[in-house]
Design a binder for this molecule. Structure first.
Ligand SMILES: Nc1nc2c(c(=O)[nH]1)N[C@H]1C(S)=C(S)[C@@H](COP(=O)(O)O)O[C@H]1N2
Ligand SMILES: [Mo]
Length: 165
């Protein structure tokens, strides 16, 4: 590598570094987190593709939900791991879906319960028709006390963005 090219890439590296503690997504972006976060990788905030989400600490669990047949297996990153990855500093998550439904989810839910953002049902990514690509799944399997309308209303499917407030 020539000295000039070296200098240019070193300068580019320094320019990019402060905003790029999170790697850039390589595949289609399925989630953008914005608002009170310290880690970003795009002008919109923190953008995630499927691989980035699935690289976070996750959970796999089989359970009944009001929206699915039988007891499917859900898998996805823990909400808590996602908050860590973006350096979230806030109390409320405004979770918005592709259909413009949105719900305010207390950050404390993600800290106190093993809430996941499911990326897969029965091993396969979920299509939009199947309430994908991302679906908030509370741990109904191990905390049956959460199986009620309050937590159902926070079980946003077809999630597209989350604002930390
Ligand atoms: N994307 C999306 N998620 C959503 C909703 C919605 O309209 N869109 N409704 C919420 C509410 S208020 C509840 S009670 C449950 C409703 O599920 P149901 O429509 O199957 O009864 O899903 C929640 N998640
Ligand atoms: Mo609801």
């Amino acid at each position: 590598m020539s000295l000039l090219r070296y200098a240019v890439s070193a300068a580019a590296f320094l320019l990019v570094l402060p905003a790029a503690a999170l790697e850039a997504p390589k595949g289609p972006v399925i989630l953008v987190i914005k608002g009170a976060i310290s880690e970003t990788n795009s002008p919109d905030g923190a953008a995630f593709d499927l691989d980035m989400l699935e690289a976070l600490q996750g959970r796999t669990a089989t359970m009944k939900t009001p929206w699915t047949e039988g007891e499917p297996e859900f898998r996805g990153p823990l909400g808590r791991a996602l908050l860590d990855a973006v350096g979230a500093k806030g109390e409320t998550l405004k979770v918005t879906a592709l259909n413009d439904y949105s719900a305010d989810v207390p950050v404390s839910d993600f800290l106190e319960h093993d809430v996941m953002l499911a990326t897969r049902m029965n091993g396969a990514p979920m299509s939009v028709r199947e309430k994908g690509p991302l679906f908030i799944i509370y741990p109904f399997d191990k905390e049956p006390g959460l199986y009620n309308e309050l937590y159902f209303s926070r079980s946003v499917w077809q999630i597209s963005s989350i604002e930390v407030k």
